[in-house]
Design a protein around this ligand. Structure first.
Ligand code: PLP
Length: 356
């Protein structure tokens, strides 16, 4: 980020000039509401959430709760339909289709490339090292005038490790565009979130989600944390009522039970240590990569075959051998203790069979 860094200059012209849609609830939320063509007679489903009314476009109450939890201001918070929505919005706000590009660092999360492809935005790759760490100088070298976004993921999916904080900081301070750090798995790591640094670095966007540590993948709620100017653009470009009432209602309750959240995270960490140790003890497993997430990446001979054999036994894991640097690798999510034991037993049977 150069000293004269200016977000507006990176924003596409049509977005800068956009007059956003004004929804009925932008103006008044209370009164005799005859403004939005809702059904005043009510929902056909009984529910206390007034589901016949549109939700608030901004969900400020929920934004304030999340902001307090992550130690930022509510103006730093954007709520989206999963993390997929903020990823797509960042492309649409900053990248001119057919002209601009983003940098990704494979092996990493597949959605960055998919979102770029959908938006006809170029993708440059700078692979991670053999230890799945960043090459900051290579990344900086490959940035040019049309490079708008850099997607980093820490802890990284599918490699499971934290990216080094010094590398992340170097890129945030030196990359000429927006640096997106996807922290979907941050609560399983001992590393601190970068979220509070958005106050200091206007080019930093941190992504988080309710899908992993909070165990709420089903409600589809993702969070982008950034400076109020970028958040403002995201609010203007999003669909007016992107986050629905059922989702917001559940998300508000997610903070009611911090002990359960902590307990589950700790249980997953303990099972992760157990699984990792068990896999390491197996002769047929060539490598178990260190994990700061809720899954393990490990390497075995004939991984694709083993993946299929496991599936035949009803144990579904992810084959990641097509990713660069992940030859013959499988990714397994940390399950409940009895699921993990079933997995380990099935894997042993499969490996004995594949090898003999
Ligand atoms: C699981 C995951 C997410 C979460 O995606 P949602 O759309 O919020 O469910 C985001 N980033 C990475 C790297 C993930 O693995």
């Amino acid at each position: 980020m150069p000293n004269d860094f200016n977000i507006e200059s990176l924003v596409r012209e049509n977005i800068r000039n956009l007059t956003p849609y004004r929804s009925a609830r932008d103006d008044f939320e209370k009164g005799t509401l005859l403004d939005a063509n809702e059904n005043s007679y009510g929902s056909v489903v009984r529910n206390s959430l007034d589901l016949h009314r549109y939700p608030t476009p901004t969900h400020n109450r929920l934004r304030k709760k999340i902001a307090a939890y992550r130690d930022v201001d509510f103006e730093n918070i954007f709520l989206g339909v999963g993390s997929d929505e903020p990823i797509d919005l960042l492309m649409r706000i900053f990248c001119e289709p057919g002209r601009d590009s983003v940098i990704i660092t494979p092996p990493t999360y597949g959605m960055y490339r998919v979102a770029a492809n959908i938006n006809n935005v170029g993708v440059k790759e700078v692979l991670l090292t053999e230890n799945f760490q960043l090459k900051p100088d290579k990344i900086l070298e490959s940035a040019d005038d049309s490079t708008r976004l850099l997607f980093l993921c820490s802890p990284n999916n599918p490699t499971a490790n934290d990216l080094k904080r010094t590398d992340l900081l170097k890129l945030v301070t030196q990359f000429p565009g927006i640096v997106v750090i996807d922290e979907a798995y941050i609560d399983f790591s001992r590393q601190e979130s970068m979220a509070s640094m958005v106050q200091q670095y206007p080019n930093l966007v941190v992504l988080q989600t309710f899908s992993k540590a909070f165990g709420l993948a089903g409600i589809r709620l993702g969070i982008a944390i950034s400076n109020p100017e970028t958040i403002g653009y995201m609010l203007r470009v999003k669909a007016p009522y992107n986050v629905n009432k059922l989702t917001a209602d559940v998300a508000l309750k997610a903070f009611d039970n911090p002990d359960l959240l902590k307990h589950n995270i700790e249980a997953i960490r303990e099972e992760r240590a157990y699984m990792s140790e068990q896999l390491e003890h197996s002769d047929a497993v060539e490598k178990v990569y260190p994990s700061n997430a809720n899954f393990l990446l490990f390497k075995i001979k004939n991984a694709e075959k083993a993946y299929q054999k496991l599936a035949e036994k009803g144990i579904i894991v992810r084959y990641r051998g097509n990713e660069p640097l992940c030859n013959d690798c499988l990714r397994v999510t940390i399950g409940l203790p009895d699921e993990n034991i079933r997995f380990l037993k099935a894997l042993k049977e499969v490996l004995d069979h594949v090898q003999s």
